[in-house]
Ligand binder design. Structure first.
Ligand SMILES: C[S@@+](CC[C@H](N)C(=O)[O-])C[C@H]1O[C@@H](n2cnc3c(N)ncnc32)[C@H](O)[C@@H]1O
Length: 256
């Protein structure tokens, strides 16, 4: 994003997710096993209890919102924000009756009342954002959370610095503004954000890049990255990705 302006960023992301929306749910089963997906969603939703309020940033096709609805037995308030009209259409099919779905760019601020959510989640969103936007987004998240409220994010990242992984990372950045930081960079970015307490980080392996390298997915952007790695004489099967589990809480201060 240092090289593209905000209108170009929105256009690029919307184009990528317009294409991805056509195979999203089907590809999801190939990028991540069904068990991992369930475990990730359950981890993100752990702090949520019946009667509480949840905001899901980059809600995509609405899976987490639907699971949240089940978890709270329908008693509570759920909201999802996403930049892509096509991804939101998928979410509407799945979760329109259980959540309020809003189209918006999380870089432009969060259109919700201050102090209104017990939990904010974001699965596979933060890698989409430019580095300079992470702290401002967390500041917005802090504002919309209730004091003591949780923020839980799962963030795809790179797992090693092999030539194939470095080539994949650079291609993803140049062509999709997908940052895929290394875990230690992410930890540095997410530590000591004012107003938050109890940061926890955990890294797990991810099969996303290897699924694309094996040609198992229809999402052309990702398979294109794998093909380009191969064209450069590197083995796309050597691209190792991970996911960072990040949990933090808004501090219990008395006022803003
Ligand atoms: C990889 S998908 C993840 C979707 C969903 N959370 C999941 O895990 O299935 C990333 C989502 O973030 C959305 N997105 C990307 N940049 C965004 C932004 N700046 N603001 C809001 N949503 C954004 C995309 O449209 C897409 O639906």
């Amino acid at each position: 994003m240092s090289t593209i302006n905000s209108a170009e960023y929105v256009e690029l992301k919307q184009a990528i997710y317009r294409e991805y929306s056509r195979s999203y749910d089907e590809d999801r089963q190939r990028f991540v096993s069904a068990e991992s997906l369930v475990r990730r969603i359950q981890w993100a939703l752990e702090p949520l209890s019946p009667g509480q309020r949840l905001l899901d940033l980059g809600c995509g096709s609405g899976e987490l919102l639907l699971e949240a609805h089940r978890q709270i037995g329908g008693v509570g308030v759920l909201a999802g924000l996403d930049l892509s009209p096509e991804m939101l259409s998928l979410a509407r099919v799945r979760a329109d009756s259980v959540a309020s779905l809003v189209q918006g760019n999380s870089l432009d601020g969060l259109p919700f009342q201050d102090g209104s959510f017990h939990l904010a989640t974001s699965l596979n969103l933060l890698q989409e954002l430019p580095r300079f936007a992470i702290q401002p987004l967390l500041e917005q998240v802090r504002k919309v959370l209730k004091p003591g409220g949780y923020f839980r994010a799962i963030i795809p990242c790179m797992a090693d610095r092999s030539p194939a992984s470095q080539a994949f990372q650079k291609l993803a950045r140049d062509n999709g503004a997908m940052e895929f930081w290394w875990p230690e960079e992410l930890e540095a970015l997410l530590t000591n954000i004012p107003g938050f307490t109890q940061q926890e980080f955990r890294v797990a392996a991810s099969t996303a890049a290897s699924a694309a390298a094996g040609g198992e997915t229809r999402f052309k952007f990702f398979t294109g990255l794998a093909e380009e790695v191969r064209r450069r004489g590197l083995d796309p099967n050597q691209v190792k990705q991970g996911v960072l589990f990040f949990s933090t809480r808004r501090g219990i201060e008395t006022s803003d």
